[in-house]
Write a protein that binds this ligand. Sequence first.
Ligand code: NDP
Ligand code: MG
Length: 382
Amino acid sequence: MRNVLLLGASGSIGTQSLDILEKHPERFTLRGFSLGKRVHMIPDFLKRFPSVEYLCVSQAEDAENLRKKYPNLKIYHGDEGLVSIIEECPCDMVVNALVGFAGMVPSVTALRHDRILCLANKESLVVGGSIINGLLREGKGRLLPIDSEHVAIAKLLSCIKREDLSRILITASGGSFRNKSRAELTHVTRDDALAHPTWSMGAKITIDSATMMNKGFEIIEADVLFGIGVDRVTPLMHAESYVHSLIELRDGTLLADISKPDMHGPIEYALMETEVDFTPVKAKSLSDYAPYHFHAFDPERYPAVGIALDSHRRGGNSNAILNAANEAAVYAFLENRIPFLQIEEEVRYALDTLPFMAEPSLEDLIAVDKKTRRVVNEHIGG
Ligand code: NDP
Ligand code: MG
């Protein structure tokens, strides 16, 4: 039995994680959850999970009202509240489904307190990969990724001898503008960008998929998780999102993980700590998903991938600048303050402008995050 704390319960990954917890009542007890501003979802969650005793929300005012409504619950708020709920909720597993840099300190806190961390928040790994790997090396906690490509890669790597691995092929749908040229991206709108062709996800990752900054982040994530080096991870365009990733062996053999695009599968694999039966697809059922299309990734069509990988190669605080600038620019686009193509320009501007720091501490990363957002928002103006 695992006592679980779910961070980001109201989001796309959060609500699907609740489905998985509900599916295995013999395995999981939900002891606490957090959400941001969508407090109207709380009554339903408490009805479904009467075991919950700990709750965290973003706003102080919401927390105050909730304390009156639910005097038996321990209620926290804000960034400090997220740290306190991890420390005080008697849980052995933390599911981090927060979006953006807000998930970084919670990931580190969970590992410092020896929790099993099921991690959807890829920004934690992009910004704080070396801090997180440092904690894991010290034997603090355990990390299980939730991102579908990384679950696929972990499954496939578990089938082979590591020395047989040549490279990883990480698949990419190409996002909502995959059928448009760069010239056609000049006037695209927020609503066009939010209509992802194959996945239903939160707004920020949907925009990251359209720029393919998401794939840049995922290649970095693969390096942090599997220690493979970004040059041995190749993006491969695959419109249908059925093949979640492939690995290529030294003799040229390709192994693929294939299933319908539904995050319940990867979430279940992580929460069940990989104790899920998975059987290789039989040849005849391959046709269930046909046709499959693959084509080569074009770095000029999606420059965000190159920007992300250059930043990762530079190391130090670069990925903190990369992530913060991207977040600030994505939210500016979502608020109609900048056009789509300016997202990449703002990220480049921030990486060129902010000072390099070779070995940042967690506190340094928090300061770099704040400063980068300020610099980008000042540059955007308005
Ligand atoms: P959503 O935007 O749907 O959900 C984000 C959650 O975090 C919500 O519960 C939100 O609360 C909460 N939240 C947001 N900002 C803050 C903050 N500053 N403080 C506290 N809570 C906050 O995101 P997704 O579920 O789509 O994505 C979550 C993570 O998973 C991301 O890192 C994403 O890259 C990754 N991921 C997502 C996939 C998907 O299919 N969605 C697939 C693979 C990875 P509220 O809305 O109540 O304000
Ligand atoms: Mg993914």
